[in-house]
Design a protein around this ligand. Structure first.
Ligand SMILES: Cc1ncc(COP(=O)(O)O)c(C=O)c1O
Length: 418
């Protein structure tokens, strides 16, 4: 079967696709697998109760359920939900966001597919533009979304050690140059995989660079404020006409609802809506239907602040404590957990690659994600890429505790054998 370049690029050989298959298959093949690998959020009973109640209200509402499932929404997404989100953002942040500034997408993953291909790729004058990622490691899901090849350029970070075992990445502004080939800048904040939160000063500087070069800054806020608020440091959220903020209902606990939220100027929203129409007619509206009342009542803010954030923050602290105990005696570093539900572990001088470590852990029924996948656009050879792994600490305590024990044991064995 002969297939197009598009198929070769995206439908056949995607790195993330292979990894996701691998993680998914491993889980199906073996129910006793300790899943510290994927990006699934925790099932938090108090939060799930809200979703359940919301669904029950919808079912009991005379004709409400039938309207939700029986009608296509508009390509921009469900109007009531969009209006509720714009009011929430005006009240919460004072942003001048109107419904015309918001579009829904089928998960925020598809928003990145749309936005990156709008702002990068081949332009009319033949110029090939790229998305600049000012700080790699960055989110694995960006890697393969480009319809054109070679869509990213990324910069190595500065590394600062906070104490013996905790470090933090900072943007190295000396490495950033915004040439004509840069079509947009993108950062995830908090960052998947590291849990880093770019400081307000870093964001202001990046935003100023975007404005000065008349290109958009895309802020991936999948874990940020005001929901799901899995962020453990103070961080100011920004939005203006040259900033595109992408949000999601997934990490709140609704990944299956596939609801992404793009906040941008009217021109960008009009384009995103048109692409929605072409790709899927309209984004699904079940997520919007479940969440609209939570947004209107402000419950989404209270849940995020009082339940979701403390839940993950406690788990992060417990997991770091266990790691420090189990890994005692070897040279390990953990990125300062400032948000998300991942810990990023760095083993300088690890005698095996992180890919090999991943395989060995898989044999022992523990799944993590090897760190080298998280450097889209960073072509330089850098040992660090093969010395890190990402651990999702959102599963139940028993799973995390067992998994961490095995990770520590396997890493120690690798050092001992060297
Ligand atoms: C940083 C980041 N951005 C975006 C996404 C995509 O999420 P969704 O498509 O479920 O909204 C994820 C999912 O893991 C993520 O970690």
């Amino acid at each position: 079967m002969k297939v197009s370049k598009f198929a070769k690029k995206i439908a056949i050989a995607s790195g993330i696709g292979q990894l996701m298959d691998d993680l998914g298959n491993a889980l199906v093949e073996s129910q006793d697998m300790l899943m510290l690998g994927g990006g699934n959020p925790a099932h938090i009973p108090r939060v799930q109760q809200y979703f359940r109640n919301s669904m029950l209200r919808l079912l009991e509402d005379n004709g409400g359920f039938e309207r939700v499932i029986g009608n296509y929404g508009p390509p921009q997404g469900n109007k009531e939900f969009i209006t509720a989100i714009s009011t929430l953002l005006q009240n919460e942040f004072g942003w001048d966001v109107k419904p015309e500034n918001i579009a829904l997408t089928t998960g925020s993953q598809s928003a990145f597919f749309i936005l990156f291909n709008i702002f990068a790729g081949t332009f009319k004058d033949g110029v090939h533009k790229k998305i600049l990622l000012p700080l790699a490691p960055e989110y694995i899901g960006y890697c393969d979304v480009g319809l054109a090849d070679d869509l990213f350029v990324a910069c190595k970070p500065q590394i600062k050690h906070i104490d013996e075992h905790i470090f933090k990445y900072y943007v190295d502004f000396d490495q950033i140059s915004i040439t004509d080939e840069i079509g947009a800048i993108c950062v995830s904040r908090p960052t998947n995989p590291t849990g880093n939160v770019l400081t307000d000063s870093e964001i202001e500087k990046i935003s100023a660079l975007a404005r000065a070069n008349n290109i958009p800054l895309i802020v991936d806020n999948a874990y940020g404020t005001p929901f799901p608020n899995i962020i453990f440091t103070e961080a100011k959220s920004i939005w203006n006409k040259h900033t595109i903020v992408c949000m999601s209902l997934s990490k709140l606990g609704l990944p299956a609802a596939r609801t992404g939220i793009v906040i941008a100027n009217e021109d960008v929203i009009a384009m995103v809506s048109r692409v929605n129409a072409v790709i899927s007619l309209a984004p699904g509206s079940i997520g919007a239907a479940i969440a609209t009342n939570l947004v209107r009542s402000g419950d989404i803010l209270r849940l995020s602040r009082d339940v979701i954030k403390p839940f993950y923050q406690t788990k992060a602290a417990d997991t770091v404590e266990q790691l420090c105990k189990e890994l005692d005696g070897i040279d390990f570093h953990i990125h300062k957990p400032e948000g998300t539900f991942f810990l990023w572990l760095w083993f300088p001088g690890l005698p095996i690659t992180n890919a090999k470590l991943y395989q060995r852990l898989k044999k022992r029924r523990v799944l993590v994600v090897p760190g080298h996948y998280f450097f889209p656009g960073l072509k330089q050879r850098w040992k660090h890429k093969n010395e890190c792994i990402r651990v999702n600490y959102s599963p139940d305590k028993e799973t995390v505790t067992k998994g961490i024990k095995i990770i520590a044991d396997e890493v120690k064995q690798a050092y001992d054998a060297a």
